[in-house]
Design a protein around this ligand. Structure first.
Ligand code: AMP
Length: 177
């Protein structure tokens, strides 16, 4: 990806202070989604990390991970699997509870979403503390998926989420803040 494209993506992400709670600087990606050319460049760049590899399924995390994950899956010729917040999926599920800064959260995946040995990529919009991604990666591992790596549009490097994902395959991020 060209330095110009990366700079355009970076400057189009909108910083929203104190959302959804005081002290959080929210990275709003909707201006990128709304721009046809920037959206294309972002998806191309994220898919590029897995170019030339056979990918069976891209797993996307509720909710912005669905947008990136489904488009990356399309580009890689792979299927798409949603990891959703607890209670949203209609069929039989496996779930993982994980801790947030305050309290806990749960994510689920359909039991039949991944067959053992399938080549899997995890996608989400943003890597912060890594708790959400670690939970999704655990679901992929429990299903017997062969993890090729994870890809994020944005990584908040100062939160060191990567450390939580050590030993869980390669981690790629298009933009780091
Ligand atoms: P974490 O589990 O801490 O890595 O949080 C990751 C999830 O929370 C991602 O799915 C993001 O969509 C969301 N998230 C966390 N922090 C931010 C932020 N500063 N701006 C936008 N989204 C965020």
């Amino acid at each position: 990806m060209s330095p110009d494209s990366l700079a355009s993506l970076r400057s189009t992400i909108r910083d929203v202070p104190d959302f959804p709670q005081p002290g959080i600087l929210f990275k709003d990606i909707t201006p990128v989604l709304a721009d046809a050319e920037l959206l294309r460049v972002a998806i191309e760049g994220m898919a590029e990390y897995f170019a030339g590899q056979k990918v069976d399924k891209v797993v996307g995390i509720d909710a912005r991970g669905f947008i990136f994950g489904a488009m990356i899956a399309q580009r890689l010729g792979a299927g798409f699997v949603p990891v959703r917040k607890k209670g949203k999926l209609p069929w039989q599920t496996r779930g993982v509870d994980y801790s947030l800064e305050y309290g806990t959260n749960s994510v689920e995946m359909h039991l039949d979403a991944i067959a053992p040995g399938e080549k899997i990529v995890l996608a989400d919009d943003l890597l912060a503390t890594g708790g959400t991604a670690a939970a999704a990666l655990q679901l992929i591992q429990e299903a017997g998926g062969d993890l090729l790596g994870s890809v994020f549009f944005i990584e908040l490097g100062f939160l060191e989420g990567r450390a939580k994902l050590a030993d869980m395959g390669p981690i790629h991020a298009l933009l780091t803040f």
